[in-house]
Structure formats: structure tokens, C-alpha cells
Design a protein around this ligand. Structure first.
Ligand SMILES: Nc1ncnc2c1ncn2[C@@H]1O[C@H](COP(=O)(O)OP(=O)(O)OP(=O)(O)O)[C@@H](O)[C@H]1O
Ligand SMILES: [Mg+2]
Length: 267
């Protein structure tokens, strides 16, 4: 990590949640890992970089009332600070997304510095946070590329099911190309197994297969399938506010500790 013995501020660890496969738990992880990190005293910014705006909804942000969102930051050069919203958790803020971000994927194609917009926008706030978690859409388009260019780490949520490994070599190929061309610091800090049910043989086998594929990078913490995790967004709350005792809340708390410990190890 960037030391601060001379009094200078450390920069946030920027973690991009990526997987072009839909419904694997990217947004659920952005919301609940973010909340869990804030609850152990870290300053967290969640950036919703997905037109679906699921992380935004997950924090109960009313999209119609927003003055600025990630779209204005990426496409209209609005200062990131103007788009930051508070949440119910003191140490956690979010840059929300709305459906107009869908246009950015197309509009960006013809723009200069189209891959580095998010990285550049984050420069002004990286010293104010310990973690920036970027939620990305289920595609390998320019919004995901922007997340990977801005990040130091890619975190890949993977659902423990039969097709889990499909597409992962394509994804790691993209991560490698972004590292070579645009962002030498980027690495896969972890593969996170989500919706895990250790009672089924298939899930156990998929976990073993993933561990073979990513021997060094698989998180020790798995996120179990837990209905409270899927209910919490409709109340606009992270699971640790909605049902702190649930297995989902406990799993994300354990993941937050594991991620925080990585600071001295793999990172
Ligand atoms: N551990 C879990 N247990 C039960 N349900 C979960 C769990 N994780 C996520 N879900 C539910 O599964 C669905 C997909 O999760 P989520 O939206 O986080 O995936 P995603 O990867 O962000 O999807 P997309 O690619 O569409 O953005 C959601 O309805 C969510 O509430
Ligand atoms: Mg999502």
C-alpha cells in the first residue's frame, strides 16, 4: 500500500466487480461488501457503473430525485463530488446510476479518452476513501473497461453452478489486455463464490474446479444462497441493516475482514 509516514494520505483501493455473466452477485456484493467494510470503520464509495442501477436501488436512492449521476460524470465532465449521495451508513457513499447510462456505452465509442473517463473522474476523491467499489454491467463493453482501467483489483463473483467457468477465460483475457495496454497495476484480487449451497454435490464440484482454475485467487469466504440477501434491496437496505443476524450478513462481514487483510498480502 502507499505508505503515509510522511503524513501524505493513502489512496483508496479501487475494486471493480466484474463478470460479463448476468446475475452472479456483482451488485449484491457491491452493496453488501461496501456496507460491511464501512461497518468495520473503512470509508467506502460505491460507484454504480451499470445502467440497471441495481446498487443504487439497493441503497434506497430515489433515482428520479437525482441532480447528477455517473452518466453526467462520464459524459458531461460533471465533478464526481456533485454526484455523490449519502446512504444510511455514515462512512458509505454512492455515485448512483440511472437508465440514461445505457446511452453512454454507445456515446463513448466515438469519444476521446473513452477508456479512462472513470479513472480520471476518481482522481479527485481517491484520498478521501479507503475503498472504492465499482459495480459493472453484465457485458465486456466500455463501461466494464472503464471500471477495469480505474481499478487496482478485479473481483470476480461467480455463481456455483454448472456454467460457472464458461466465459471466465474470456474475462481474464480482457483483464490481461487492459493490464498490458492501459493499467499495469490491475490484477485479479479474487474470485468470489456466490449463492453457494454446500449441500449440493454440484456446488462442491464447481468450487473445486474454480480452485483449480484460480489456485491463488479464490476467496476463503463463500457467500451462501440466502433469501435475506435477495429481499433486502426491495427495502433499499444492505442486508446488515435489514437482517444483521442472517447468514448473508455474516458472510459479507467475513468477506470484508478477508478483503481488508489482503492489504498486506496479495495486493
Ligand atoms: N447469495 C445470494 N443468495 C440469494 N440471492 C442472491 C444472492 N446473491 C444475489 N442474489 C440475488 O440474485 C439476483 C442476481 O444478483 P445480482 O443482481 O447481485 O447479480 P449481478 O451480477 O449484479 O447481475 P447483473 O449482471 O444483472 O448486474 C438478485 O435478485 C439478487 O437479489
Ligand atoms: Mg448487477
Amino acid at each position: 500500500m502507499n505508505g503515509s509516514s510522511d503524513g501524505s494520505h493513502r489512496r483508496a483501493r479501487i475494486i471493480a466487480l466484474v463478470n460479463q455473466k448476468g446475475g452472479v452477485g456483482k451488485s449484491t456484493t457491491a452493496v453488501n461488501l461496501g456496507a460491511a467494510l464501512a461497518m468495520i470503520g473503512r470509508r467506502v464509495l460505491v460507484v454504480d457503473d451499470d445502467p440497471q442501477g441495481n446498487a443504487t436501488t439497493g441503497f434506497g436512492i430515489e433515482k428520479s430525485a437525482l441532480r447528477a449521476s455517473i452518466y453526467e460524470v462520464l459524459m458531461r465532465n460533471a465533478p464526481l463530488e456533485d454526484a455523490i449521495c449519502k446512504t444510511e451508513i455514515d462512512l458509505l457513499q454512492i455515485v448512483p446510476a440511472t437508465i440514461n447510462l445505457a446511452g453512454a456505452e454507445i456515446e463513448l465509442v466515438s469519444e476521446l479518452s473513452r477508456e479512462t473517463r472513470l479513472r480520471d473522474a476518481l482522481q479527485s476523491v481517491v484520498e478521501q476513501y479507503d475503498y472504492v467499489l465499482v459495480d459493472s454491467p453484465p457485458s465486456l463493453g466500455l463501461l466494464t473497461i472503464n471500471a477495469l482501467v480505474a481499478a487496482g483489483e478485479a473481483m470476480i463473483p461467480v455463481q456455483a453452478e454448472f456454467y460457472a467457468l464458461e466465459g471466465l477465460s474470456q474475462l481474464t483475457g480482457v483483464v490481461n489486455r487492459v493490464r498490458e495496454a492501459l493499467n499495469p497495476r490491475l490484477h485479479v484480487s479474487g474470485v468470489l463464490v456466490t449463492m453457494y449451497d454446500g449441500r449440493t454435490r454440484l456446488a462442491v464440484e464447481v468450487l473445486a474446479e474454480l480452485a483449480r482454475f484460480f489456485p491463488e485467487q479464490i476467496f476463503k469466504t463463500q457467500i451462501p444462497r440466502n433469501v435475506r440477501l435477495s429481499e433486502a434491496p426491495s427495502y433499499g437496505k444492505p442486508v446488515m441493516l435489514f437482517d444483521p443476524k442472517s447468514r448473508g450478513a455474516q458472510a459479507y462481514a467475513a468477506l470484508a475482514r478477508e478483503v481488508a487483510e489482503l492489504a498486506g498480502a496479495r495486493v
